[in-house]
Design a protein around this ligand. Structure first.
Ligand SMILES: [Zn+2]
Length: 259
C-alpha cells in the first residue's frame, strides 16, 4: 500500500512524501531537514523527487537530498530547477521512484510561467499534486502569468474526476475559507466545510488533501462562472464584467487585498 505523508516544512509548506515498502519519493522539498528526519526515523531510502515550480520554498531542499541520495529530479521544462535531471511538460509520464505510483504531467502556468502539476493514482486512488496553482479552497497568486492562463490551468485540474485527491503546497485552507465565505455567504457547502476544516486544525491535523468535487462546490476560483460568484465579483468591481476571466481577475485582486 502506497501511503502519502504530509511533511510540514518552513512556515506553512507541505512536502508530500509517497512511501511504498522501504522506498520513498517526495514532491517539492523546500527544506531537506524534515524530509531527512522522516526518512531516517522510518528507515526509508529516497528514490525520486518531483518539483512543481521554481520558488525557493519548493526547491531549496533538493541540493542536500541529492547529495545524500542519487535520485532523478523531475521538474518543469520551462523553469530553472536546481539539480533537475528530467525536464517534463504536458504529455510526459514517469514512474515516481519505486513507489509504484506513475505520474503524468499537466502544464499549469499562472502562478509561475512554467508551473506543472502531477496527476496519478496510488492503489487505485486518484490524486494530483498541484503545487501553488490550485490550493484547497483557493489558488496561487499570479506572480508570472495572466488571469486567462490561470483560468485555463485551473480548468484542466477541475476536469479531473471528482474523487481526485488534491495535494497542494501550503496549509492555507482556513484563510481561504474566510475569503470564500465573503464571496458566497449563502453557500451551505462552504459553511459545512469551514466547520470540518476548523475541527481538523483544532486537532493539529492537515486539511490537505481535499477532493476535487469538494473544490468544485466551494472554491471561488473554480466557480467564477457560477452566477452567485460572478455577481459577487461584479459587485466588487463596480462595473459589468465581460466573462469568466474578468470575474476570476477581480476575485484574485479582491483576495490579494482581503484580510
Ligand atoms: Zn510558489
Amino acid at each position: 500500500m502506497a501511503a502519502i505523508i504530509p511533511i510540514p516544512a518552513l512556515s506553512d509548506n507541505y512536502v508530500w512524501l509517497v512511501r511504498e515498502g522501504q522506498g520513498a519519493a517526495v514532491v517539492d522539498p523546500g527544506d531537506a531537514a524534515p524530509v531527512q528526519a522522516y526518512l531516517e526515523r522510518e528507515g526509508l531510502t529516497l528514490t525520486a523527487i518531483a518539483i512543481t515550480h521554481h520558488h525557493w520554498d519548493h526547491v531549496n531542499g533538493i541540493a542536500a537530498l541529492v547529495e545524500r541520495f542519487s535520485v532523478p529530479v523531475y521538474g518543469p521544462a520551462r523553469e530553472a530547477i536546481p539539480h533537475r535531471t528530467h525536464a517534463v511538460a504536458e504529455g510526459d509520464a514517469f514512474a515516481f521512484g519505486d513507489t509504484g505510483v506513475e505520474l503524468s504531467v499537466l502544464d499549469v502556468p499562472g502562478h509561475t510561467a512554467g508551473q506543472v502539476a502531477y496527476v496519478g493514482s496510488a492503489d487505485g486512488r486518484r490524486l494530483t499534486f498541484t503545487g501553488d496553482t490550485l490550493f484547497t479552497c483557493g489558488c496561487g497568486k499570479l506572480f508570472e502569468g495572466t488571469p486567462a492562463q490561470m483560468v485555463a490551468s485551473l480548468s484542466k485540474l477541475a476536469a479531473l474526476p471528482g474523487d481526485t485527491r488534491v495535494y497542494c503546497g501550503h496549509e492555507y485552507t482556513l484563510s481561504n475559507l474566510r475569503f470564500a465565505r465573503a464571496v458566497e455567504p449563502g453557500n451551505k457547502a462552504l459553511v459545512e466545510r469551514q466547520a470540518r476544516e476548523q475541527a481538523k486544525r483544532d486537532r493539529g491535523l492537515p486539511t490537505v488533501p481535499s477532493r476535487m468535487d469538494e473544490e468544485l462546490a466551494t472554491n471561488p476560483f473554480l466557480r467564477a462562472a457560477e452566477p452567485t460568484v460572478f455577481e459577487a465579483a461584479q459587485a466588487r468591481a463596480g462595473r459589468p464584467l465581460a466573462n469568466e476571466v474578468d470575474a476570476f481577475a477581480t476575485l484574485r485582486e479582491w483576495k490579494n487585498a482581503f484580510r
